[in-house]
Design a protein around this ligand. Sequence first.
Ligand SMILES: [Zn+2]
Length: 603
Amino acid sequence: MSEIEEIKSRLDIVEVIREYMPVKPAGASFQALCPFHNEKTPSFTISPDKQVWHCFGCSRGGDIFSFVMEKDNLSFVEALRLLAKKAGVVLKGQDSHDYSQRNRLLDIMELAAKYYSHIFWTETGLAFRDYLSSRGLSEDTMKSWQIGCSQNSWDSLYNFLKTRPKEGKKFTDDEIFLAGLTVKKSPDKGGRGYYDRFRDRIIFPISDLSGNPIAFTARVNPDKEQTEKMGKYINSPQTKVYDKGRVLFGLDKAKAAIRTEDLAIVVEGQMDVITCHQHGFKNVVASSGTALTTEQVALIKRFTQNIALLFDMDKAGQLAADRGIREALAQEMNIKIIILASGKDPAEALNRDSDEFRRAVEAAKPMMEYYFEKVTAGLDLEQMENKRSVSEKMFGMIQLIGSKTEQGYWLKKMSEALSFFEPDTREQFSKWQVKNGVLPEGGQRAVKSSVPEPSLAISREDRLGERLIAILVRFPEFINYATGSFEPEELSNSLISEFYRKLIIYYNKAASLDYEDFRFYLQQEGIERQLLDKLVLLGERDFYSFSQEEAKKELVNVITDLKLAYKHNKMKRIQQAIIKAEKAGQTDRLSELMEDLKNLTAS
Ligand SMILES: [Zn+2]
């Protein structure tokens, strides 16, 4: 078995895709909202049986590899590496040409994480371990998060990496630098070469979704907090494998819990995440910095629609300015705010009383409610001036909500709180929208998305043709019947017609329909496999619960409709030819055509 086949056999496509987005069973297949185009009803379909996927909306499709390549924007080799790791398949014989730079950098980061962790558990790390214990972390926790430390040295990591070749190929200065682990010495000070970026610090690895270390956060040695000039925390720079805005700290460990709890709690710092996990709150991740990015929200959305923010937010205005929040609201995600007793950060709160923390999580407030409280705090709402300024702010926030129903809900709540007549509030809101350019004067809501809903304008006839084949692939026992009553030539779409012809030829030879074998046959015949995947999934989607009898009935109907369409098209063609012949005065041709038309109508 090839490595690719082995990976495919060990992984379930449904489970792999489920890591990216929610999928729901639908008959024999699974469905989801397509991640590659905008849609409100799911047309993205997965067949666990055939291990393929297809979107009936945008016509993309393929296998497990094509999915992660497309979704994560990876080359085939990168996708191979990712899936091999997931499947527990060790890749060998990677030729160095294919082994992309990205993978070399991942190797360096993995090695560096091991090195830091090794040092941490030696004598050198003792003071750091004591410090983390005093902050409430257990040894098990330190190990499972692979916490490490760097030596108080300018080149110990550099020297270590230089002596550990991978795949027989030594890491170059350039590669180690590109991984963000070293800094170039300043040439104007006469320096040459590189020095270690992280020195004498506690090291927290930041991992990608699959658990590969891709960056580090380094905390200053607690003994030097007062004197250190570099800052309490320093981070890996942006690299080929690390894009700060596209990573959530802890998500590799939290993703399963986020799915089962159907909630992602977002905190600010790494220590907060680690402490939460140690106390059993495993659905916690950290943004790097206070604001969520659009990409981070998209990451969370793979696992849940619900976000609870545990930020130290004094300024409510920050919420509206936050791009990630705007995006989450637009995508109809539910955002709640967790409020801790003042002055406490999550780690501190947990170490004092984890029950109190749990209660705070349970009492999380919907963001709009929180926001309303913030913008009205200390205001006399009897005064018209205040009512007006609060309305302005609330409109700005309500506008961001993607769901009209929810917009309506908050307009109603707002009217109650401000003692406004609800229809007036709605009217004010519409005016506000026009004024702020959200609504054209008297018109519909402006279309925001740049990715249009693909047109589903495939002709009725083509749809019937696809249905015909979908039934036959699902119920091959009817292929003989179909062959006897319907010719490939009667299909106007050449692609579907050709597919139908090949299906008949294959079935006549093989006397059965083995999916893999048929797929291989089509490939040899130069027919897009994607069409097969699509039609197979169509069959599984639409005819899953059909009995043989029902399938036969449907088949007869489809064939009848197709024959009618064929006849109709033919008639139209003859009528056009008649008009032409009349104009040209070709009497022989005319009578021939009239005869054809008569026969056709009679049949
Ligand atoms: Zn799609």
